[in-house]
Design a protein around this ligand. Structure first.
Ligand code: HEM
Length: 385
C-alpha cells in the first residue's frame, strides 16, 4: 500500500522511507486570534488525515458540494493514489513570540529554549523571502502533483488565517532513511545519505532524533513538555554553483567529498558502507581522506558523536538569467537538539569544508515538530498550543 498513517506516536515524514518528492511550505499566521489559530490547526489536521489516505481535502470532495460554492477539494489529485503522502508540521520561533517580541497567541511560555532563530553562519547569503515562517509543512510524496495538491489545499483552507511565506519544490530525494532503500545521488553526482541515520537504527533514532522527556522544562512559567516525542526540523536551501563544479576534475570532486563518485566508498578504501578511516595515510604520509573534506568534517567523530537524520531533496528552479542553473540541495534534517547536532556542524562546514566554495545558503529555518497526533484523537495537532 502507498498510504502512511497520519496518526501515531511520532509524525510521519521523518523516519518514513524518504519519498521521491517534496513540496515544503512555510506559512505565516495572519490572524491575531488564538481561537482562529486553534481552528486552523484543527482544520489542517482533519484535511491532512484525509489527504494522506488519498481522500479529498474536505468531506464533499471536488464536485459533491453546493454548485455555487468553491469545491471542498481543488481536484487535481482526484484520480491519483495517496502516493505515500506524508504531511509533517513544525512550529517556528515566531509563532511563540513575533518579531516585535509580542506573544500574539498567549503561548510564549510554551516556547522550547532551543527554538530560536539559527545564528548567522560564515558565508550565509540568505534571502529574507526564503527564511523562517510561523508554521512549516513538509509534504512528501512519490508523485509531485500529490505533494503540491496537499500544500495548495492547506493554503486554501487557511485563507485569512495563514498565508504562504515561501515554498520549495524538490525531487530526487538526497537521502535514504531506511536500509531498504538504495542510496540516491545529489546534483554533484555523489551518493548522498550513505551514513544517514536509518529508521532501523532504533537506538540512534531515540538518542539523536526524538526529543526525550528529560529535555523538557516543565514549570508553570515555562512548559515545553509538549515537544517530547517530537523533533527539530532544520531546512536550508543550498544553491550549488553547478557550472563551476562541472569544470572541476574528478580528483578534486572526490577530494572535496572524501568518497569516490562511482561507489560512494570512503577514500580510505572498502565499499560504500565501510567506515571511513581518517588516520590511514598514503604515499607521502598524507591522509587518504582530506581532513577538510565534507565527510571528515561532518562525521560524528569530528562532532562529539552528533549525527542527524537528513531528509533533503534536489531542487532546480530554472535558470538565473545569466545562463546558470538555479539548482542545489534543499537540505532538511531532523535532530533532537539543534544546538549540539546542527549549529556547531554547520559552523565548521561553513568555515572549513572544501565543498563550501561551491555552495551558497540562500534559505533557512528552524521549527519544532510536535509528536504525532494520537490515533483516534479528534482534536489533534492543537494539544501543544
Ligand atoms: C555526508 C553531500 C550539506 C551534513 C554527506 C555525503 C555527501 C554529502 C556526498 C557523503 C555520503 C553520506 O554519508 O551521506 C552534501 C552536499 C551538501 C551537503 C552536496 C550541500 C549542497 C550538508 C550540510 C550538513 C551536512 C549543510 C549539516 C550541517 C552531513 C553529515 C554527513 C554528510 C552529517 C554524514 C557524515 C558521516 O557520518 O560520515 N554529505 N552535503 N551536509 N553530510 Fe552533507
Amino acid at each position: 500500500s502507498d498510504v502512511y498513517e497520519f496518526t501515531g506516536a511520532h509524525q510521519a515524514g521523518i523516519t518514513t522511507p524518504a519519498q521521491d518528492r517534496v513540496h515544503f511550505a512555510a506559512f505565516d499566521i495572519v490572524t491575531d486570534s488564538r481561537e482562529e489559530l486553534v481552528e486552523l490547526l484543527r482544520d489542517w489536521t482533519d484535511a491532512a488525515r484525509r489527504m494522506t489516505r488519498g481522500e479529498p481535502a474536505g468531506e464533499l470532495g471536488t464536485t459533491s458540494g453546493p454548485y455555487d460554492a468553491p469545491p471542498d477539494d481543488t481536484g487535481e489529485a482526484e484520480d491519483l493514489s495517496a502516493s505515500g503522502l506524508t504531511l509533517t508540521f513544525g512550529f517556528g520561533p515566531s509563532l511563540f513570540t513575533d518579531a516585535g517580541g509580542e506573544d500574539r497567541f498567549g503561548i510564549a511560555h510554551r516556547k522550547p529554549d532551543l527554538l530560536v532563530d539559527l545564528p548567522h553562519f560564515p558565508a550565509d547569503a540568505l534571502e529574507d523571502a526564503r527564511c523562517g515562517g510561523d508554521i512549516a509543512v513538509q509534504a512528501c510524496a512519490d508523485d509531485p502533483q500529490v505533494a503540491v495538491h496537499a500544500i495548495r489545499n492547506l493554503a486554501r483552507i487557511g485563507f485569512g488565517k495563514a498565508s504562504v511565506r515561501w515554498s520549495q519544490l524538490g525531487y530526487g530525494r538526497t537521502s535514504s532513511t531506511s536500509t531498504q532503500q538504495v542510496t540516491p545521488r545529489n546534483l554533484f553526482g555523489f551518493k548522498d545519505g550513505t551514513s544517514n541515520i536509518k529508521s532501523e537504527e532504533t537506538q540512534a533514532v531515540e538518542d539523536q532524533v526524538w526529543v526525550q522527556p528529560e529535555d523538557a522544562t516543565s514549570t508553570d512559567e515555562h512548559d515545553s513538555a509538549w515537544l517530547t516525542g517530537g523533533s527539530y526540523l532544520v531546512a536550508r536551501r543550498i544553491r550549488m554553483t553547478i557550472e563551476t563544479w562541472d569544470r572541476s576534475s574528478l580528483r578534486e570532486q572526490e577530494t572535496i567529498v572524501g568518497r569516490t563518485k562511482h561507489t560512494g566508498a570512503p577514500l580510505s578504501g572498502g565499499d560504500e558502507f565501510t567506515e571511513p578511516d581518517f588516520a590511514l595515510t598514503g604515499r607521502g604520509d598524507e591522509p587518504l581522506i582530506d581532513p577538510a573534506s565534507h565527510v571528515a568534517l561532518a562525521h560524528p567523530d569530528a562532532n562529539g558523536g552528533a549525527r542527524m537524520l537528513r531528509r533533503g531533496y534536489n531542487y532546480t528552479d530554472g535558470s538565473d538569467g545569466l545562463g546558470r542553473l538555479d539548482a542545489g540541495l534543499f537540505f532538511i534534517a531532523y535532530v533532537r537538539n539543534p544546538a549540539t547536532q546542527y549549529i556547531p556542524v554547520q559552523n565548521t562546514l561553513a568555515r572549513d569544508d572544501l565543498m563550501s566554495e561551491y555552495l551558497r545558503h540562500t534559505g533557512s529555518g528552524l521549527w519544532a515538530v510536535p509528536a504525532g497526533v494520537p490515533t483516534g484523537s479528534t482534536t489533534g495537532g492543537t494539544d501543544g498550543v
